[in-house]
Design a protein around this ligand. Structure first.
Ligand SMILES: Nc1ncnc2c1ncn2[C@@H]1O[C@H](COP(=O)(O)OP(=O)(O)OP(=O)(O)O)[C@@H](O)[C@H]1O
Ligand SMILES: [Mg+2]
Length: 365
């Protein structure tokens, strides 16, 4: 079998029925290194789950365990309820697409895409029908007689996707498949992958360290940190309700105000007392905590007697908005957004800052 090529040879071809995955206490240890601490994970049939996290957080290890490319140190793995923990990779019916396209250089596009079906002894008529449909689906119909060396990076990546989707695996694993592409092409391919997912209904587990990619593609995001699941949830849920400072910081831009909970339900910070969001469980007075406020929730107002004042220290034009850095008296810098058309603010201008108290998240510091 050839895992890099996504051409894992399965005994039977799944008939396009997406698989359900359950991991129970699955873990991987290399000598003294815990690449993955015991985790539980359930992925629903047809779900698009993104595994997101910094370098070394265990993303590839998790994928290799699901693919059967490495043996777990502990735990069990179930595909559609069957215990597949020790099933060899080529019998799992799992498709794999990696960052390096690993196409066969001496085969044409069409031959590359035929290969996984030939390995599975799919009858000729069926093979031709599926290959043609898949090449059409990824927009490579016109390029099918070229060799990989005659294609752009994005086109090669499409061949790799076609070669995986063509045999309709029940579960598709992708490890940073767009990592080598430029931003524009990445965004085009993201839309492509979303469409492939919708058209095929496959269960997909997609690894990336790009938070925008994760937000754009996923039904749910599994955020990893140091071999653990930091938070698992829908993109909007993780963005709006991060459970930890790590999650708040890794996904989107966060302004963090650290301090100590005061007696009157306020957070005492170096920049004064800030109101805590109503309804949030309030830590006992004296405990350290942090308020997290997204840039889009910060309002910039004309300076007045308000507690929080600062000066515009930088203004970055980002097309649809200005990103303004505001430096407070304590030296803390916050990021705010402002759409063009608002009264212009210049570097050095003094402003008051405000936000609706319930837009802030109170997290343990
Ligand atoms: N074969 C191995 N032997 C020893 N340690 C390993 C091995 N493979 C991975 N590790 C370690 O396990 C941890 C997790 O690695 P993993 O490749 O899963 O990270 P990752 O999240 O995919 O990172 P990246 O974003 O850089 O690809 C790292 O600390 C890594 O050094
Ligand atoms: Mg990796």
């Amino acid at each position: 079998m050839n895992a890099d090529t996504g051409s894992t040879v399965t005994a039977s071809v799944n008939q396009g029925r997406p698989a359900k995955l359950s991991a129970r206490g699955i873990a991987k240890r290399y000598g003294m290194v815990d690449a993955l601490l015991p985790i539980d994970l359930d992925v629903a049939p047809g779900e698009f789950l993104t595994v997101l996290g910094p370098s070394g957080s265990g993303k590839t290890t998790l994928l290799q365990l699901i693919a059967g490319l490495i043996e777990p140190s502990a735990g069990a793995l179930f595909i559609d309820g069957r215990d597949e923990t020790h099933t060899p990779a080529h019998k799992r019916g799992v498709g794999v697409v990696f960052q390096s396209y690993a196409l066969f250089p001496h085969m044409t596009v069409r031959e590359n895409v035929c290969f996984p079906l030939q390995m599975r002894h799919i009858p000729r008529a069926e093979l031709q029908r599926r290959v043609a449909a898949t090449l059409e689906m990824v927009g490579l119909g016109a390029l099918q007689d070229r060799f990989p060396g005659e294609l752009s990076g994005g086109q090669q990546q499409r061949v790799a996707l076609a070669r995986c989707f063509v045999y309709q695996p029940a579960l598709i694993l992708m490890d940073e498949p767009l990592g080598a592409l430029d931003r524009k092409l990445r965004e085009t391919m993201q839309i492509e992958i979303k469409r492939l997912h919708r058209d095929t209904g496959a269960t997909i587990i997609f690894v990336t360290h790009d938070q925008d990619e994760a937000l754009a593609l996923s039904d749910r995001i599994c955020l990893m940190n140091h071999g653990r699941i930091e938070q698992l949830g829908e993109p909007q849920d993780i963005y709006e309700r991060p459970k930890t400072l790590f999650a708040a910081d890794f996904i989107g831009i966060s302004n963090v105000m650290r301090g100590r909970v005061g007696p009157g339900g306020m957070l005492e910070t170096a920049d004064g007392a800030l109101p805590l969001p109503a309804g949030a469980p309030c830590p006992a007075a004296g405990q350290t905590a942090a308020l997290v406020i997204r840039p889009e929730h910060i309002e910039l107002l004309p300076p007045d007697g308000t507690a929080l004042r600062g000066r515009i220290s930088e203004s970055v034009y980002a097309g649809s908005e200005f990103r303004l850095l505001v430096t407070l008296d304590s030296g803390t810098t916050l990021v705010a957004r402002r759409s063009p058309g608002h009264a212009e603010l210049r570097i050095g201008d003094e402003v008051a800052l405000g936000w609706a108290a319930d837009r802030a998240r109170l997290l343990p510091a």
